[in-house]
Design a protein around this ligand. Structure first.
Ligand code: CTP
Ligand code: MG
Length: 181
């Protein structure tokens, strides 16, 4: 596969992991997962991690994976690259893993004294990638290893921080997000 094929495959395969965080921003609110509990004088996760946002994000990513699967053959024909289809457990793994990675990052942010909404460069851009890939490998090991070949994995790790910055600044400028990260 050439470079363009690798890049297109990487973005396509990660779409079910990219969408959950944005869906959570739109749907978030309500009861926080940590129920307001603290640990060492600080919130365990904070008000930014809610049940509703997590559920909506996981659902949005999973549904997107199913939609991508139905259109994959047609899109592959048009662009000339064989795009991956997502078994249900792969889509669910990517979507849920993305949310879990983001929740894990909030846990680390609170432990390091960062308030809700504070930036944590590096972690902010990659938390959901690590979560998504780990969950995908647990939920759908064969699919994950076949899809995320070394070149695709490298493209994911290089491109995701870029895409993350661009979409978050966009969401901030549109007024849907409180901070540009
Ligand atoms: N959100 C949610 N549930 C999640 C993730 C996000 O409800 N599991 C919603 C919240 O309304 C949150 C917004 O999406 O405020 C933005 O998400 P994020 O930037 O991850 O949270 P922050 O509020 O910045 O909090 P943190 O510092 O913990 O990341
Ligand atoms: Mg934030």
């Amino acid at each position: 596969m050439d470079v363009i094929g690798v890049v297109v495959t990487a973005v396509w395969a990660m779409l079910p992991a990219y969408v959950p965080n944005n869906a959570a921003v739109l749907a978030g609110g309500g009861r926080p997962i940590d129920g307001g509990r603290t640990m060492g004088g600080r919130r365990v996760l904070g008000d930014g991690k809610t049940w509703r946002g997590t559920l909506a994000g996981t659902l949005a990513g999973t549904v997107l994976a199913l939609v991508l699967t139905t259109v994959a053959p047609a899109v592959s024909d048009v662009i000339g690259y064989a795009l991956p289809e997502f078994p249900l457990r792969a889509g669910l793994g990517l979507a849920f893993g993305a949310m879990a990675g983001d929740i894990g990052a909030s846990f680390l942010k609170r432990r390091s004294g960062r308030e809700r909404g504070a930036a944590f460069p590096g972690l902010d851009q990659l938390d959901f990638v690590v979560g998504a890939l780990l969950a995908a490998v647990v939920f759908a090991p064969a699919w994950t290893l076949a899809t995320f070949t070394l070149p695709v994995l490298a493209a994911v790790l290089l491109l995701t921080p870029l895409l993350h910055v661009v979409t978050n600044v966009g969401a901030y400028l549109l007024g849907v997000k409180n901070e540009p990260w």
